[in-house]
Design a binder for this molecule. Structure first.
Ligand SMILES: [Zn+2]
Length: 293
């Protein structure tokens, strides 16, 4: 992936190494209780690739998230930190791309903040943990990433390549786009009135749409800034394959329980990312009306 020298975002906050305790530690979730099965499946899935962001956190807290009490001044990552520069550059690229796409629709893109952390950190969705993997918190509209996740991707899933790493960020940005256009709130409201299986099915559609939006970003970023190199798309598809719920569950427990899927199968993730990157159109990402996912 070609990215060096491109614009970096001002919206990265570096909280690595400064966890403040978060009010006594532990999960700061309140609200309704959920079945232990749900929690276990969500935790297993999120441990392995966490891309279970909002879904997991809102599942656990089940209600409007508490407002964060901490408003520490944001500090930027050091300029000689290559990984942080990479993340800032990818975030900037998503900002430019989505600003333009929103403008074309007559809307305005509000840029999310991206927080780098290690271990755990306070979020408006509760205490974020690196074991969850990268996630998006709709309540504060921030993306949270512990960069050690990329190490996990390489070691456990043998997925490497900068574009695969960028895809992870673009997927979380996809959740932010869903928040801005009102889809996440609709899904959250609908899920509250459903059985667990139905709610999971809806989560799958939400996740696959975020994959598709990641593809839409890549399409436009490549047309405008020529970021893709040979093998890049394959590496992102490998990532999408490695982190499908069926693959994760097989690795974790040796069998697959479709009702507990919250992200979609490997094939589904690949299909929707591909739709996005081939069409470049948000309208191609309507997973909620798709008969076949
Ligand atoms: Zn997701």
């Amino acid at each position: 992936m070609r990215w060096e020298g491109n614009r970096e975002s001002d919206n990265v906050e570096d909280r690595r190494g400064d966890y403040d305790g978060g009010g006594g530690g532990g999960f700061g979730f309140g609200g309704r209780s959920v079945g232990i099965g749900t929690v276990v499946v969500a935790l297993v899935a999120s441990y392995f690739l966490g891309i279970n962001p909002a879904t997991l956190l809102s599942l656990l807290s089940g209600g409007p998230a508490p407002v964060p009490t901490q408003q520490a001044p944001a500090h930027r990552p050091p300029a000689d930190d290559r990984m942080a520069r990479f993340v800032s550059t990818v975030l900037a690229d998503t900002e430019d791309t989505w600003t333009e796409l929103f403008r074309e629709r007559g809307g305005q893109y509000v840029k999310p903040k991206l927080v780098l952390f290690t271990g755990r950190t306070r979020t408006a969705c509760g205490i974020g943990q690196s074991a969850t993997g990268p996630f998006y918190c709709p309540a504060d509209q921030e993306i949270y990433i512990d960069l050690s996740f990329y190490q996990l991707m390489k070691e456990r899933f043998r997925v490497s390549g900068e574009f695969a790493e960028a895809y992870v960020i673009a997927h979380e940005v996809g959740h932010h786009v869903q928040k801005l256009i009102g889809i996440s709130d609709k899904v959250d409201n609908a899920r509250r009135r459903m059985s667990e299986a139905q709610a999971n099915a809806l989560s799958v559609r939400l996740e696959l749409q975020a994959d598709c939006f990641a593809g839409v970003w890549a399409y436009h970023a490549d047309r405008t800034r020529n970021i893709l190199e040979e093998g890049d798309i394959e590496s992102a598809l490998n990532a999408a394959t490695a982190i499908g719920d069926d693959t994760l569950q097989r690795q974790a427990q040796g069998y697959v329980v479709p009702d507990s899927f919250t992200h979609g199968t490997s094939a589904q993730r690949v299909r929707w990312f591909t739709r996005g990157i081939e069409s470049g159109k948000m309208s191609a990402c309507n997973t909620f009306e798709a008969r076949q996912l």
